[in-house]
Design a protein around this ligand. Structure first.
Ligand code: ADP
Ligand code: MG
Length: 495
């Protein structure tokens, strides 16, 4: 079947199935915390260093070594806990999760089990124009494992990543579609970058997720048997993997079979998952409190410091931009997609006189400024035009000193040279002509020089109006005030 038709058929099949079946998804997302050194030892956390150059006796699991917890990781995890409205445990505990794997020389991973740092928080997704809140079961601290690479019959182990601090963010089973699962990842990605607790570069594995998927009949309260899809490392893969798994499960159940509880591995190249292992139960891991580490204590002073430094969050700004500044949903969403964009917009609003220009400011910023930055592959934080300068330019357009069209040219020059907008306007002599007498003189001349077109317009050829506007603009090098030009032209032409 040609790909297009296959996709179409799959789509229709899915729509029919979703009338009967409700997908339920819970995500477990791992986020690398941006500390300089590892969670329990002094080696550096760096991406791309030569294999096994970032290890130490603790990472290597040498007998007699003791882990010492890196407090910087706690502060970063707490920021996320507070930003997600979680309950923070005053005393939480590290536990050992045992499993043997070559990327884990100690034979266990230090994690948190029955006393996680955070519980019962939430993440706010932007779905369409509205906020949808997804509950979190927990956020806990743990260490990453190393990386195994298999080359033919040989396996290589690189322990650079072993011991890097992570938080695991566990959602409640409340996500109800593949798109929403991808949106959850995007929301979390945006949030951890916003809080500057992780760069969350998915290509470096700094944000990755396992997706738990089940289906149930619509109206049913009990959860169905779930499968777990492992190690998904892009927004698109989450969506594809979850969609594929929902379809697979419905087909099994509709043909009389049962879904087996298992862990599956998503193969992005093949676009399908395959069974990896039957699911371990918690007791397979023989969790117990790590006797080498004291309880993790969060006191008032620590919490006070975190609370004081917390920025206004993306979902709050998304709503404020619409309510307070009248922005369209899409513009508000774009602005909160990145902290730098939102901060620039806030600076623009602060610099700008009056408080009714929100849409105009967003428009100039998103169209002209971002257009110019994107063309050069630059970030908003590298903008050569400070917010105050962009505001000054917009003021010139708002008060009629220059037209919007000339404004764009002035913007391009300010962007290139850094010269102040008003200085460019004066040097170029491009102030808008808003003087009635001066405009009337030009219009009179243009109409007198084109008697045929004037007659044609009078006879009902409306499109000739544009011809006259064009002539006036040509005569004035684009400086004629457009709305005054229209008014005066109508008077002069007599219709
Ligand atoms: P485990 O410790 O085995 O990974 P948890 O009970 O901690 O299991 O749940 C892990 C994740 O699985 C959570 O995100 C949770 O929301 C999700 N989950 C649990 N049961 C289901 C289910 N029946 N369908 C979909 N997701 C589920
Ligand atoms: Mg799990």
């Amino acid at each position: 079947m040609p790909e297009q038709i296959e996709k179409q058929t799959k789509q229709t099949e899915m729509e029919r199935m979703l009338e009967t079946w409700e997908p339920v998804i819970g995500l477990e997302v791992h986020v690398q915390l941006a500390t300089r050194s590892k969670a329990f030892s002094p080696s550096a956390c760096e991406f791309g260093a030569p294999a096994n150059s970032l290890t130490d006796p603790v990472v290597l699991g040498m007998p007699g070594t003791l882990p010492v917890f890196n407090r910087a990781a706690l502060e970063l995890a707490l920021k996320l806990g507070v930003a997600t409205g979680s309950q923070i445990r005053a005393r939480s505990r590290f536990a050992r999760k045992h499993y043997f794997y070559p990327d884990q020389p100690k034979g266990y991973q230090i994690s948190q089990y029955d006393e996680p740092l955070c519980e019962k928080g939430h993440v706010d997704l932007i779905v369409g124009g509205a906020i949808k809140r997804i509950k979190l079961e927990r956020i806990h601290l743990e260490e990453d494992a190393g990386k195994n690479t298999h080359v033919g019959a040989v396996s290589h182990v690189d322990l650079n990543r072993a011991g890097v601090p992570l938080v695991e963010v566990v959602s409640a089973p409340e996500i109800t579609s593949a798109e929403e699962a991808a949106e959850f990842m995007r929301a979390l990605h945006r949030l951890v970058r916003w809080l500057e607790i992780s760069e969350a570069d998915m290509e470096k594995g700094q944000l990755r997720c396992d997706a738990n998927v089940s289906i149930r009949l619509r109206g049913e309260d009990r959860l169905g048997t779930r499968t777990e899809l492992k190690n998904i490392n892009s927004f698109r893969f989450v969506q594809n993997a979850v969609e594929n798994e929902i379809l697979r499960q419905i087909r099994i159940v509709e043909s009389g079979g049962r879904v087996t509880r298992e862990t599956r591995l998503w193969d992005a190249d093949l676009g399908q998952s395959a069974p990896m292992r039957s699911k371990e139960e918690a007791n397979d891991y023989r969790y117990f409190p790590d006797p080498d580490l004291p309880p993790l204590v969060v006191d008032g002073a620590l919490m006070g410091g975190i609370l004081k430094k917390l920025p206004e969050l993306p979902a709050a700004r998304f709503e404020r931009y619409q309510k307070q500044h009248g922005l369209a949903v899409d513009d508000a969403r774009t602005l909160v997609s990145d902290r730098g964009l939102a901060d620039y917009f806030d600076a623009l609003v602060t610099a700008h006189p009056g408080d009714r220009s929100g849409r105009m400011l967003a428009n100039w910023m998103l169209t002209e400024l971002l257009g110019a930055l994107n063309a050069e592959g630059k970030e908003i934080t590298q903008s050569p035009v400070p917010a105050a300068t962009l505001s000054a330019l917009i003021v010139l357009v708002e008060n009629g000193t220059i037209s919007g069209k000339i404004g764009k040219e002035i913007f391009a020059e300010t962007y290139q040279t850094g010269e102040a907008p008003l200085a460019i306007v004066d040097r170029r002599g491009v102030r808008q002509i808003s003087d009635e007498a001066a405009l009337w003189e030009v219009i009179d001349r243009v109409v007198a020089a084109n008697p045929k077109q004037a007659d044609g317009y009078l006879a009902g050829k409306d499109q000739l109006f544009g011809f006259f506007v064009g002539q006036v603009m040509k005569e004035t090098q684009g400086r004629a005030n457009p709305s005054m030009t229209s008014d005066l032209l109508r008077k002069r032409l007599g219709r």
